[in-house]
Design a protein around this ligand. Structure first.
Ligand code: NAD
Length: 311
């Protein structure tokens, strides 16, 4: 199959490209804003690989790249929930409008299948934990989450209107190989600058589920290969959660540090729009045979080791 991965030079996208290329022809479409050429350099010379440097906010660029594509894996977006506070158009432009441009390019090229990287943030502060895919009403509390929900709506309506088929994956916190952002990278960078003190956003009690990028990619592969409804939605997460102080303890111990003083910025949230407790039900994905290979804490430890080796 001829696949196109938007954001394929990024953290999750490049790991997905490594998996898809085993069976398919892969085009990576990326503007390299947070993605890196070194994430796909090992495919250069492979006749099943093509890199297109382009920006999804340019409709002509994605229309040109879409010709002959059978399935899109749409991962490009602003990846950081926090940016929306200072840049209130970023999620609209890099998320919602970019997704509209992808769908229009698909419609014009006759591409029928799309897999989309959504997020647990679409649920907002869910009152049902673990939260199933059927939870509602969905009321995001960040502009990032609002854009993800808007993208899901656009994708659903393009499926209905133009005979497309979609797989939407709502990820918890994905960590590990080629990670470039998020709490682990933040803590490592801060501790390298000052190995005695660590600033922790919030009260350290926020609880989240962390899972490795290899498990995330396996979830995308399982979902797309084993479900065939017109619209297929899956939570992808670990069944346990880890609090932020627990994450800090693991980073400190893996870096071999002692007597690090934690400085909490206070409040129950790390930032405006942060959801203090996220716990997704993964029953649906598990019923298809997928599950994470590691607990949330094991995933954090393995990801920290990986990041310390490579960064
Ligand atoms: P990432 O920043 O590593 O990847 C995003 C990629 O998209 C980058 O390579 C970037 O250069 C590219 N990109 C951004 N805007 C673009 C544009 N306008 N045109 C072309 N390319 C563009 O982030 P990631 O963590 O790999 O996230 C991938 C997707 O998964 C994102 O949609 C993100 O919202 C979603 N997601 C990630 C997590 C997580 O924990 N990492 C959790 C939930 C959802």
């Amino acid at each position: 199959m001829n696949c196109l991965i938007t954001g394929g030079a990024g953290f999750i996208g490049s790991n997905l490209a490594d998996e898809l290329i085993k069976k398919h022809h892969v085009t990576v479409f990326d503007n390299l804003s947070s993605g890196k050429e070194e994430h796909f350099a090992h495919h250069s010379g492979n006749p099943n690989f093509r890199f297109v440097k382009g920006d999804l906010t340019d409709p002509k660029a994605i229309e040109k790249a879409m010709v002959g594509i059978e399935m899109v894996f749409h991962l490009a977006a602003n990846p950081d929930v926090r940016h929306g506070i200072d840049h209130t158009r970023i999620d609209l432009e890099q998320g919602t409008i970019a997704t509209h441009n992808v769908l229009e390019a698909m419609r014009k090229a006759g591409t029928k299948k799309i897999a989309f990287s959504s997020s647990s943030t679409v649920y907002g502060e869910a009152t049902v934990l673990p939260t199933p895919e059927t939870y509602g009403p969905m009321l995001p509390i960040s502009l990032y989450g609002a854009s993800k929900l808007a993208c899901e709506g656009l994708i659903s309506s393009y499926c209905h209107s133009f005979g497309m088929q979609a797989w939407m994956f709502r990820f918890a916190n994905v960590i590990g190989h080629r990670g470039t952002h998020g709490v682990l990278v933040d803590f490592i960078e801060k501790l390298r600058k000052d190995p005695h003190n660590l600033e922790i956003l919030g009260d350290g009690k926020q609880k989240k589920s962390y899972f490795l990028v290899q498990d995330c990619v396996a979830g995308i592969m399982t979902g797309t290969e084993k479900s065939s409804e017109p619209i297929n939605i899956f939570n992808l997460a670990c069944e346990e959660w880890t609090d932020v102080t627990g994450v800090a303890d693991i980073v400190v111990s893996e870096m071999g540090l002692k007597d690090v003083k934690y400085h909490y910025t206070g409040g129950t949230r790390g930032w405006v729009g942060d959801i203090p407790k996220t716990w997704l039900s993964t029953e649906k994905a598990r019923s298809m045979g997928w599950r994470t290979k590691h607990s949330s804490e094991e995933a954090v430890r393995l990801a920290v080791r990986e990041l310390l080796k490579t960064q």
